[in-house]
Ligand binder design. Sequence first.
Ligand code: PLP
Length: 144
Amino acid sequence: MRSLRHGYHGDTFGAMSVCDPDNSVHRLYQGIFIKHLFAPAPQCRFEQEWNEQDIAPFAALLQQHAGKVAAVILEPIVQGAGGVRIYHLTYLKRVRELCDHYQILLIVDEIATGFGRTGELFACAHALVVSDMLCLGKALTGVI
Ligand SMILES: *Cc1c(COP(=O)(O)O)cnc(C)c1O
C-alpha cells in the first residue's frame, strides 16, 4: 500500500500505519506497523495554479514500486494531519490516472470530507474522480 505524507486515517493499527509516519504521535509505534510507502504531500494548493511538477515524486515512486503496490490511500482534496491542507484537484486527477495506468486500486478516505463538507457531496467530485473504494465514518455521524 502507499500513502501520502501529512495524511491522517485514524487511530486503529491498520489506519495508523498509513498516517504520516513522522509528524504525529503514531511515530511512537513505528516498528510495529506494516511498512508502507509514503509520497511527499501535495504542495500545490487548491486555489493556486496547477504545477505539473507537484505529481512527479508520486509518479516516480509509483513507477518504481508498481508491481508491488496493491492500493493507494489518500484523503481527497483535504489532508488533516498536522493542520488542514487543501490541495489542488489536479493532483487527485493525476493520482487516479496513474492508478489506472498501473492497475492499482485507489482508496479515498472521505471520513472527514464526505456528505458535503467541502461543498461537493464527496471531495472527489471536485476533480470528477471516482475511486475504487471510499471510506466513510464521522461524515455519517456528524462528529469530527
Ligand atoms: C477521524 C478520521 C478517521 C478515523 O475514523 P474512525 O472511524 O475513528 O476510525 C480516518 N480518516 C479521517 C480523514 C478522519 O478524519
